[in-house]
Design a protein. Structure first.
Length: 231
C-alpha cells in the first residue's frame, strides 16, 4: 500500500485538475479531489472531504492538501469526524507543487510523515545559513563547511529538465534527511528546478548535506542516468 492524498479546494475544477496532473507522476497513488460545494458552487464541503477520506481509507494513511484559509478549517473539521484521525495529517503546503511532490514521494514508498514533509518543503526550505554566500578565500585557506557528498550528471533524456523530471527529483529528495542543491538551486523545489531550463546534454551539479547526503546524490544520479524513464 501507499499513502493516499486528499485535495481540498474551493473550486471543483482546480481540485480535479491538480489531481490529474499529480496522477501522471504517481499512477499507483490514490489521490482524491474534494473541490467545491455539494451543489457545484465555489466553496468547500465537509461532506465531500469526509467522502474523500473514506475513499482514501485502507491505505497507509492520508495527507490532506488545501488551497485557501477556509479550506483548512473544513479539513480540520473533517479530521474531528474521521474514523481514523491518527492516520490523517494536514500539510501546510502550496497546493499544486506540494501535491506533485507528495504524490511522487508516496509513489516511491515514503511513509505518512515523509509524504507530508515532501509537500511542505516543495516550496523550498530556508537556504543554508552556516555557509556565508560570499567570502574572500585566500590561497591555502579553507572557509565554510563543504557538502558531504557531490555528483555531476549529464541529462540524456530528449526533453531535459521539464515538469516530470523536476517533480521526480523534488519529490524523492523531500523524503530524505538531506539538504540538496542542484546547480545552485534547492533540489526539493520543483519550480526552482524547472527554472534551470536545463536541456539535453546539460550537466547537473549536485551537492548534499546531512545524514542522507550520499543517498540523495545517488538518487538524483540514478534518475538522470535512466533518463527519468523517458526517451
Amino acid at each position: 500500500m501507499t499513502v493516499s492524498i486528499v485535495v481540498v479546494s474551493h473550486s471543483e475544477k482546480i481540485a480535479d485538475g491538480a489531481v490529474e496532473v499529480a496522477a501522471q507522476m504517481a499512477p499507483d497513488v490514490v489521490i482524491v479531489a474534494a473541490g467545491g460545494t455539494s451543489d457545484g458552487r465555489i466553496g468547500t464541503s465537509l461532506e465531500k472531504v469526509l467522502a474523500a477520506l473514506d475513499q482514501a481509507a485502507g491505505s497507509d494513511g492520508a495527507v490532506i492538501l488545501t488551497d485557501l484559509g477556509s479550506a483548512v478549517m473544513t479539513a480540520e473539521s473533517a479530521l474531528e469526524f474521521a474514523d481514523s484521525p491518527a492516520g490523517v495529517v494536514l500539510a501546510d503546503a502550496p497546493l499544486v507543487e506540494g501535491l506533485v511532490a507528495a504524490a511522487v514521494a508516496a509513489q516511491g514508498g515514503a511513509d505518512l510523515q515523509a509524504v507530508r514533509r515532501a509537500a511542505e518543503t516543495a516550496g523550498g526550505p530556508p537556504r543554508r545559513t552556516d555557509v556565508p554566500p560570499q567570502q574572500v578565500v585566500e590561497e591555502g585557506s579553507v572557509t565554510g563547511q563543504g557538502p558531504a557528498c557531490t555528483g555531476e550528471f549529464e541529462l540524456i533524456n530528449q526533453a531535459g529538465m521539464h515538469a516530470r523530471p523536476a517533480a521526480k527529483i523534488a519529490g524523492g529528495l523531500s523524503s530524505l534527511d538531506a539538504e540538496v542543491t542542484i546547480n545552485g538551486v534547492d533540489g526539493t523545489s520543483m519550480t526552482s528546478l524547472m527554472t534551470l531550463a536545463a536541456g539535453k546534454g546539460s550537466l547537473l551539479h549536485v551537492e548534499a548535506w546531512g545524514v542522507d547526503a550520499e543517498r540523495a546524490v545517488n538518487y538524483v544520479g540514478g534518475l538522470v542516468q535512466a533518463g527519468f524513464g523517458e526517451p
